[in-house]
Design a protein around this ligand. Structure first.
Ligand code: 13P
Length: 291
């Protein structure tokens, strides 16, 4: 069957991030874990009339059934909920060319290739192969340099921070849409205050002229979020903060309603909490109330 290919409902993040860089604000990436997460985030961003990037990790995709399920589910939500804002469906931390390709084939409009565990030259080689494929899908690509730690290691060691010369080399050899230089942020909860290298962030932004991405948005104080936008960050990823807010409310609901077992009521009791975090972050990232 050679049916006419339908136009994708997703946009890539290139124009979103270019606009954000020019106008000095940041676009949020909210990671989704299930249908409810996607629905609540889309509804709240529609209400705020603000573009959004939905991040999907490999683990979250597996949990939901695979890239095709995620892509079709979000596409259907956009249609049935009459969502009119630009929505980018983005693979978060794709670990290989094959994984990125699967997400692109399923309809994702953007991928992150995270080859940061390899040497710089291998990182560049793998990232370039993803960019070549993404081009065929008109999809955007984000790469990572340095290492963004996790809760378990809570890395703040400067040895693992991205180096400016490495970022320049990567960007001169590969046509990226966004770069995530690891500069002290971690995924999950911070032990103490985040230690972000703003001087290097600004230097990388000026020397690469690329929209920069800040991973590990949860737990970064508002003034540091605003300072990072001043230093060239155009996209900030949030995941754990939504999960924590959701869990707090669901715990509360379950303890106050021990006889309720309808999953729609239990899961849905966290709706307002997720939407409140989305609203707070969108407002913060767009504010010109800079530090
Ligand atoms: P947090 O879970 O710390 O918000 O980080 C999210 C993230 O960076 C996804 O890539």
């Amino acid at each position: 069957m050679f049916g006419k290919k339908e136009k994708s409902v997703f946009v890539n993040m290139n124009s979103m991030l270019t606009k954000a860089r020019n106008e000095k604000y940041a676009v949020p990436q909210f990671n989704i874990n299930n249908l409810e997460w996607a629905k609540y985030i889309l509804e709240e961003c529609e209400c705020l009339k603000t573009p959004v990037i939905l991040g999907v990790s490999e683990g979250a995709s597996k949990y939901m059934g695979g890239y095709n399920v995620v892509s079709k589910m979000v596409e259907a939500l956009i249609k049935d909920l009459n969502i009119s804002i630009p929505v980018c469906l983005h693979l978060d931390h794709g670990s290989s060319l094959e994984v990125c390709n699967s997400a692109l084939q399923a309809g994702f409009s953007s991928v992150m290739i995270d080859a940061s565990k390899y040497s710089l030259d291998d990182n560049i080689k793998i990232t370039k192969s993803v960019v070549d494929i993404a081009k065929k899908y008109n999809a955007s690509v984000e790469a990572e340099i340095g290492h963004v730690g996790g809760t378990e290691d809570n890395i703040t060691s400067e040895e693992l921070f991205a180096r400016t010369d490495e970022c320049i080399k990567m960007c001169s050899l590969v046509k990226l849409d966004a770069l995530a230089p690891a500069l002290g942020s971690v995924h999950g909860l911070y032990k103490g205050e985040p230690n972000l290298d703003f001087t290097r962030m600004l230097e990388i932004s000026v020397k690469t002229s690329l929209p920069l991405v800040l991973h590990g948005g949860t737990g970064i104080p508002d003034d540091k979020i605003l300072q990072s936008i001043d230093c060239g960050i155009c996209k900030i990823n949030f995941n754990t903060e939504l999960q924590l807010a959701w869990k707090r409310h669901v715990d509360n609901f379950v303890s106050q309603n021990p006889n309720v077992y309808d999953p729609r009521k239990v899961i849905g009791s966290g709706e307002k909490a997720i939407k409140a975090v989305v609203r707070t972050k969108v407002t913060l990232l767009k504010s010109d109330n800079k530090a």
